[in-house]
Design a protein around this ligand. Structure first.
Ligand code: FES
Length: 106
């Protein structure tokens, strides 16, 4: 996989969509697209951003993200320190769009 590969991400249950680049955190890619995944520390320790992968693969950018073995088995990730390795569907009910898209020109 190229380090700058881009993958489609869908956030459930809202159906928000954005593109995320491999090597960049999901939180940062979402922000570039005007979508907020709630965070606090942004370094993988506080767990404020914890969400779940419904389909697809991610890689954590730090060696010891603050997740238990059971949470990892259930697909939990910390998107502030996780990057996509495939197209993703994630469950993050508190995510929201931070800016309104401008209307299409007619
Ligand atoms: S914001 Fe603290 S672990 Fe992600």
């Amino acid at each position: 996989m190229r380090p700058d590969s881009v993958f489609a991400v869908v956030i459930e249950p809202q159906g928000l969509r954005f593109e995320a680049r491999n090597g960049i955190s999901l939180v940062a890619s979402a922000r570039e697209a005007g979508i907020v995944l709630p965070t606090s520390c942004r370094n993988g320790t506080c767990r404020a951003c914890l969400c779940r992968v419904l389909s697809g693969r991610v890689r954590h950018l730090i060696d010891w993200p603050g997740l238990s073995a059971e949470e990892k088995r259930e697909g939990c990730i910390l998107p502030c320190v996780a990057t996509p390795e495939s197209a993703l569907r994630i469950e993050a009910p508190k995510a929201f769009r931070s800016r309104v898209e401008p209307p299409l020109a007619t």
